[in-house]
Design a protein around this ligand. Structure first.
Ligand SMILES: NC(=O)CC[C@H](N)C(=O)O
Length: 348
């Protein structure tokens, strides 16, 4: 007998098995990644989402803290065909509901046909279908989480590799994955991680060689202050961005973003560089995209599957952004050179 329920738009309820108890709601999305569940479940970009794994077995190599991208689990709930005890116990200890023993192919097909959608989850011995439906009916659209940055950002500036020989980087934390800071520190940068709503004065105080806007959850239009920093510094300081960072930079420089049908989430998204014609495999996790880069940014890389912009650049203004995750945690290492390129703009 079912002891868990997933309610999706249209009030359809899918029966499942409870693996970690509780109720939750969020935007239902899927990732096709077959590895990297530790990184995905701790990626702040998944805040306010319910993550479905299309790969059928999740947890087969355990749970190791050194793989975590932040200090907590960010999806509101996790859905898998089969989840190991290691992962279930971890999610339970974090208070994040999890379910398995349901047809995840069905859920993925539904999302592909209808787009990312609201969902409600109820798991545990005492829950009912109605509990899942109640959660669904309380669920907000992603764009209505207008202060989502506050849920994921640092509260105050933290400095990594103080006194490092390399560039001084102002990293605006809109929900940054830890491995972005690590990738910069490995290259000798001194990284100052700023809250998502840092002011121009805060950033000016460190006289940065590079302004870097991180990845993060939700709608990029809800990160206005980061956009203002981009407007302030463009032309004076080199700019870099990853994922939400690319979207924020584009919006600030006269471009536009829009919501995709079901987004790109996985570890084998092919990207073509339009200058070298080289194709690289990338890790991705996004539901918005740059619809119009504006007139300051050139689209230099595109997704091979759907032609959406994967890289924006301006050689004169020293701007490089990527829609995918070059820090590659999890994922193929094809695009790690991004960090050398952006630090190169900063004079390293
Ligand atoms: N990984 C990210 O930075 C995600 C960016 C944005 N929240 C999106 O879904 O498109």
């Amino acid at each position: 007998m079912a002891d868990a329920y997933v309610a999706i738009e249209g009030d359809r309820v899918i029966e499942a098995r409870a693996r970690a108890p509780g109720t939750a709601r969020g935007e239902l999305v899927f990732t096709t990644a077959y590895t990297g569940y530790e990184e995905s479940l701790t990626d702040p970009s998944y805040e306010e989402q319910v993550l479905t794994f299309s790969y059928p077995l999740i947890g087969n190599y355990g749970v190791r803290e050194e793989r975590f991208e932040s200090d907590r689990v960010h999806p509101r709930a996790a859905v898998a065909r089969e989840m190991t005890d290691d992962v279930a116990e971890w999610l339970e200890s974090e208070g994040v509901p999890a379910v398995d023993h349901l047809d995840t192919r069905d859920i993925v097909t539904e999302i592909r046909d209808e787009g990312a959608m609201k969902c409600g989850i109820a798991a545990g011995p005492d829950v009912t279908e109605q509990d899942a439906l109640d959660e669904l009916h309380e669920c907000k659209h992603m764009s209505d989480h207008t202060d989502i940055g506050a849920q994921v950002s640092v509260d105050e500036v933290t400095v990594h590799n103080e006194g490092g020989d390399g560039a001084t980087v102002a990293l605006v934390d809109c929900g940054a994955k830890g491995s972005i800071t690590e990738s910069l520190v490995e290259r000798d940068a001194e990284v100052h991680v700023f809250p998502y709503d840092a002011s121009e004065d805060d950033v000016a105080a460190i006289d940065p060689d590079l302004l870097f806007i991180s990845n993060g959850p939700g709608d990029p239009e809800n990160f206005e202050q980061a956009g203002e920093l981009v407007e302030t510094y463009v032309g004076d300081v080199p700019l870099a961005g990853i994922c939400l960072g690319q979207q924020v930079v584009a919006n600030a420089l006269g471009g536009e973003t829009e919501k995709m049908e079901f987004g790109h989430r996985g570890v084998n998204q092919p990207v073509r560089d339009l200058r070298s014609n080289q194709v690289v495999m990338t890790t991705q996790n996004h539901g918005y995209t740059v619809a119009d880069p504006g007139d300051k940014l050139d689209v230099t890389q595109v997704n091979v599957n759907d032609d959406t912009p994967e890289g924006l650049e301006n050689d004169d203004l020293n701007i490089i952004t990527r829609q995918y995750h070059p820090e590659a945690n999890p994922g193929p290492h094809d695009s790690l050179g991004f960090f050398d390129d952006v630090l190169g703009m900063a004079g390293e």
